[in-house]
Structure formats: structure tokens, C-alpha cells
Design a protein around this ligand. Sequence first.
Ligand code: SF4
Length: 226
Amino acid sequence: MKTVTPVYSITPFTLLDYPDKTACILWFAGCNMRCSYCYNPDIVLGKGKLSMAKIMDFLHSRKGILDGVVLSGGECTLHKNLIPILKEIRALGYFVKLDTNGSRPKVMKQILEANLVDYIALDFKALPEAFQAVTSADLFAEFEETLMLLIKSPTRFELRTTIHADLFTEKDFREMVSFLENRQYKGNYYVQHFVNQVPTLGNLGYSGREFINKDFSTAHIQVVFR
Ligand code: SF4
């Protein structure tokens, strides 16, 4: 592969980011959203630093030690070499998980059709009325298209939302669950509360944890707080 440097950094080992697997994380630089609660401002605003040759050397050295590779960011589907990168990682025999904001449904379609990933974590940022305020981007239609692709696909995926009290009321969140029900989503829906006092992209204030431990689950959707 030609010299390309989409990756900002590598986390060499994690037990937390790929369900039931040991993995490393490739952090892809750049994003087409600007969520104020984003914990990765350096990656979102930064440039790739590691060549693919270095990344592949690392992945070769971990064969048989790690189960999987997580592609996160930033937004990895923005990178024009993502498909060949996924093919190279696949050829090494790793399980592959991809984290995405869902803004590139055409890329997602290619990935699913070629069976290049085993697991996807899709961010459900907000409903259309709030999407721009949460993400600073007009990409809800693209997110919805990605969601529908995944609902119809056999590839395993999870949905997740970050909650900050300035951005969501309890009523807003119940409407998000109803939206998923209306799209026939079945499965787990993970909610992580904003972690106060860590560096973020924007300047959100303190957020209380009123949401935690309330029951939002439905017959087909299990809402799980992380
Ligand atoms: S939280 Fe928002 S800004 Fe940060 S990487 Fe995800 S989509 Fe991009």
C-alpha cells in the first residue's frame, strides 16, 4: 500500500473497547462532526501521524496475542483508504470492530457488502431537531441511512449515546428510544453519561446524573447505562 497516514495514534492493548475480546485501537484523525462533549479533541483536530507500514508492522507483531483491532477516532469512514486498510487487517486474521458516527452510509454499505468488519458501534447523537446543536453538523439523514443499513444487515452492531444534561432532557431521551422502536431496532442501546472534568472539544458545564438507573427499556430495546 502507498504511504498514507490516517492514524493519529495506537492504543496497544484494551479489554474495554471490543466486547469479549482483547484488542488494540487505531485512532483515526479528523472528524466531520464537532460534538462539544467529545473526549478526543486532539484526534478530531489533529492529523494522522503513523504510516500504514508502521501500523501493519505493529499488527504483524501482535498476531496470536490480540484477538481484534478497533478502528476508532475521529471518524474512520472519512478516510479514502479505509477499505484497503480493512482488507489488510482482515488478511491478518483479526476480528475487526469499527466505531462510527454513521455519517458515511455509502462507505458503510461497501464495508457490509464485503464483510470487512465483525462488529460496529454506531453513535446515535440525537433526533433531527437536536442533531445540529449536539454535533454542529447537518448529518442526521446520513446517520439514519446508516442505522437502517445496519438494522437490515446480519453484522453485529450496538447503538450508543452520550448524555449531557444541557443537551438532553429525559423526555428527549424517551423520544430517542421511541424512534428506535419505530425503526424496528431490537437489542441493546448503551448510554454513557458525560464524564465531568475531562478535556473536551467544547465548553459544556457540569452535568448531573439524573438519568442513571431510570428504566427506559422497552419490549425489544434494552437500555443499558455504562
Ligand atoms: S464525539 Fe463527535 S466530534 Fe468526537 S469523534 Fe465522535 S463524532 Fe467526532
